[in-house]
Design a protein around this ligand. Structure first.
Ligand code: NAD
Ligand code: DAU
Length: 365
């Protein structure tokens, strides 16, 4: 079936993997990548698909309602996969207004445009991509040694689709608000929507302000590794292409009005993952084993730092048949190799404005 799909935030980290998957897998779809190209958006991430006949780029801000409305009409958009957002927790602590504007008002503007233009709701879908951070933080208790719900390595509680929202950072508060707006448009206007909440992603093309690419780059350049607090916080890591595959499955098979949690059943304490990254980078660069371990520098904790995230993605597995394809050991090796093989990509980003940001961000730490 021919379709006209608007993917927002397609020049960002997860977005470029989603765009690539849809452009290559569905040549019969027109894929419209709409992105404002903030500091986090980079068209170099999409070099391999930019000349495909079914790929189109639109530079626009999701908050510009009139433009968004015209884009829906002009391109006869019948599906939306909404990823555009401000996504970095540390930035949200410094500048919450930008996060409220993009993540809440931007989402509202897309919803309102869809509602206005989609008079016939047949074969329409508004897919909102969200985060596990909306659920708040889990305790560390009753570790059971396994990695499934009821027996996690750091606690017995997992986030399910029924977990009450309890966001702590301006980023997650804004994402939670956007999720509520999406559900409100479904319940009030009957807009066909679906939401997914995913755990931490890692892989190629992630902006190097996030833990994994930042630390790979710092080890490469022998810069210190700022570990927040004691490095005891736990995150559940998923390879980004597995997230993109989940989005594909949910977009095509998900039930309207439903929410699906996406996660890797792959919890790690920050300090342990950092040690894996150091040993992998050192090995791949031919340095002595753990030569760079002393780069670890414990710094002031992130304000409101959530202790533990762990996603229960059983619903997605049992109802839609998705599960992660990559073991973490394989995924992290691929990821480190990618950043070391693509040093130009990293260097282009980490010069100029980013350098100034980095100094400001870490000057008190
Ligand atoms: P990112 O910061 O790498 O990319 C965001 C993209 O959105 C960029 O290309 C940016 O230019 C674009 N953008 C920002 N503001 C915009 C605006 N006003 N109008 C149009 N485009 C705009 O983010 P990411 O890590 O790829 O995350 C994508 C989505 O997935 C976000 O909604 C995020 O909340 C969610 N998510 C991320 C993770 C993760 O681990 N990275 C996990 C779960 C969910
Ligand atoms: O859980 C999903 C979320 O994962 C997404 O919604 C967010 O968009 C994404 O940025 C990510 O949020 P986190 O805050 O978990 O990711 P980040 O890479 O910033 O940090 C991961 C962990 O590492 C967190 O516990 C904070 C810690 N950290 C991070 C940085 C950047 C450090 O100790 N030092 C650092 O320099």
């Amino acid at each position: 079936m021919q379709r006209n799909i608007l993917i927002t935030g397609g020049a960002g980290f997860i977005g470029n993997h989603v765009v690539r998957l849809f452009v290559n897998k569905y040549p019969e779809y027109n894929i419209y990548n709409l992105d404002k190209l903030t500091y986090a958006g980079n068209l170099a991430n999409l070099k391999d698909v930019e000349n495909k006949p079914n790929y189109h780029f639109i530079k626009e801000d999701i908050c510009n309602f009139e433009s968004i409305l015209n884009i829906f009409k002009q391109y006869n958009i019948d599906g939306v996969i909404h990823l555009a957002a401000e996504s970095h927790v540390d930035r949200s602590i410094k500048d919450p207004f930008t996060f409220a504007n993009t993540n809440i008002i931007g989402t509202l503007s897309l919803l309102q445009a869809a509602k206005n233009v989609w008079t016939d709701l047949e074969n329409k879908l508004f897919y909102h991509v969200s985060t596990d951070e909306v659920y708040g933080a889990l305790e560390m208790n009753n570790p059971r040694g396994g990695n499934e719900p009821g027996g996690g390595p750091f606690g017995d509680k997992f986030f399910t689709e029924q977990t009450k929202y309890n966001p702590h950072s301006p980023y997650s508060a804004a994402k939670a608000s956007s999720d509520h707006f999406v559900r409100a448009f479904h319940d009030t206007y009957g807009l066909p929507v679906v939401i997914s909440n995913c755990s931490n992603n890692y892989g190629p093309y992630q902006f190097p302000e996030k833990l994994i690419p930042l630390f790979i780059n710092n080890i490469r350049n022998r810069k210190s590794l700022p570990v927040y607090g004691k490095g005891e916080n736990v995150r559940d890591w998923l390879y980004v292409e597995d997230h993109a595959r989940a989005i594909d499955i949910i977009f095509h098979k998900g039930q309207k009005g439903e929410t699906y949690n996406i996660g890797g059943f792959n919890e790690w304490k920050n300090i342990d993952i950092i040690k894996v990254i150091i040993s992998t980078v050192d090995r791949l660069l031919g340095r002595k084993e753990n030569e760079d371990i002393d780069l670890i520098t414990y710094v002031t904790d992130r304000a409101g730092h959530d202790l533990r995230y762990a996603i229960d993605s059983t619903k997605l597995k049992t109802e839609l048949g998705w599960q992660p394809s990559l073991q973490f050991e394989e995924g992290i090796e691929k990821t480190v190799r990618w950043y070391l093989d693509n040093q130009d990509w990293l260097d282009n980003i980490t010069s100029g404005e980013y350098e100034k940001y980095y100094e400001i961000m870490y000057k008190d730490r």
